[in-house]
Design a protein around this ligand. Structure first.
Ligand SMILES: NC(=O)c1ccc[n+]([C@@H]2O[C@H](COP(=O)([O-])OP(=O)(O)OC[C@H]3O[C@@H](n4cnc5c(N)ncnc54)[C@H](O)[C@@H]3O)[C@@H](O)[C@H]2O)c1
Ligand SMILES: O=C(O)C[C@H](O)C(=O)O
Length: 304
């Protein structure tokens, strides 16, 4: 009996240290802007079942009452509310710890991410202006493309509002990492759950730089041709999905997964969980470029 109690207490402490104990976990509000979209809906589902989320705010220009009603029936702790239209944006954002932005148009075959700039830049500008006003301390996870441009746009909006903190603005490049891990593990015949591959640079074509030389576990079965092919497939991963969807949009399900992984890292960082490491596109001094994706750890995900 005593050993069972000790065992369950130590399990509780272990989970608490990892940020998973409901009694020890701080209340965290997550807002998703663009929550009724192709990424937004499965991302809402994944954030609803994340035990670190206590309040989930789903905002879009249309369709959020239905998504919120649907997701809210899942028996996990997060309280879900839907918000629709500009006049509800402030309330959707108020008190948010993490804001995830998949709002904007996706690519169709033949388009580059840059072709989305004109529409998505305006959407991101409007949403970031509201973030600066209603939750200036939130961590912002930018998914909307072109990420290489929407992140600098967000930075300028926050600078103008006087709320910019370079450690709180992230371009979500996790899908590049997810793809690199999957393709590398498949080719090298390694268990995918044990594989790690850093991806640096940016989030468009040749700016996506998977570092297979730093992949773990290392593989000595891959030739130089294999590495070239893996690099190209990772760089073209988005286009592979856009073409396969044949006009019905770009990656949504794998992106929702990747977005949920990255948001979870942000929440763990905020909760003081040590050793959180993810790649992300951020303001950087790693190269001469003002923004660059690289491995982030302490200092970005928490203040330690
Ligand atoms: N970072 C990445 O790795 C990555 C991966 C996949 C897709 N994306 C990008 O994510 C974006 C969304 O893709 P999707 O497939 O979900 O598109 P989608 O069209 O299915 O959904 C976008 C949603 O944004 C909403 N929206 C538009 N303007 C808005 C506004 N002002 N405020 C709030 N919501 C607004 C729309 O109503 C829609 O529900 C695209 O720009 C796409 O290129 C990025
Ligand atoms: O490729 C796209 O347009 C969407 C996204 O950036 C992706 O990498 O899947």
């Amino acid at each position: 009996m005593r050993s069972a109690v000790l065992k369950s207490t130590s399990e509780l402490l272990r989970r608490s240290r990892r940020g998973y104990s409901s009694s020890a976990t701080p209340e965290r509000k997550v807002a998703i802007l663009g929550a009724a979209g192709g990424i937004g809906q499965p991302l809402a589902l994944l954030m609803k079942i994340n035990p670190l989320v206590s309040s989930l705010s789903l905002f879009d220009i249309a369709g959020t009452p239905g998504v919120a009603a649907d997701v809210s029936h899942i028996n996990s702790p997060a309280l879900v509310k839907g918000f629709m239209g500009d006049d509800q944006l402030g309330e959707a954002l108020e008190g948010s710890d993490v804001v995830i932005i998949p709002a904007g148009v996706p690519r169709k075959p033949g388009m580059t991410r840059d072709d989305l700039f004109n529409i998505n830049a305006g959407i991101v500008k409007g949403l970031c202006t509201a973030i600066a006003k209603h939750c200036p301390n939130a961590l912002v996870n930018m998914i909307s493309n072109p990420v290489n441009s929407t992140v600098p746009i967000a930075a300028e909006v926050f600078k103008k509002a006087g709320t910019y903190d370079e450690k709180k603005l992230f371009g979500v490049t996790t899908l590049d990492v997810v793809r690199a891990k999957t393709f590398y593990a498949g080719k090298a015949g390694l268990p995918v759950s044990e594989v790690n591959v850093p991806v640096v640079g940016g989030h468009a074509g040749i700016t996506i730089l998977p570092l297979f030389s730093q992949a773990t576990p290392a593989s000595n079965s891959l030739s130089q041709e294999d590495i070239v092919a893996l690099t190209k497939r990772t760089q073209d991963g988005g286009t592979e999905v856009v073409e396969a969807k044949a006009g019905k949009g770009s990656a949504t399900l794998s992106m929702a997964y990747a977005g949920a992984v990255f948001a979870d890292a942000c929440l763990k960082g905020l909760n003081g969980v040590p050793d959180v490491v993810e790649c992300s596109y951020v303001q950087s001094t790693v190269t001469e470029l003002p923004f660059f994706a690289s491995k982030l750890q302490r200092g970005h995900f928490n203040s330690g």
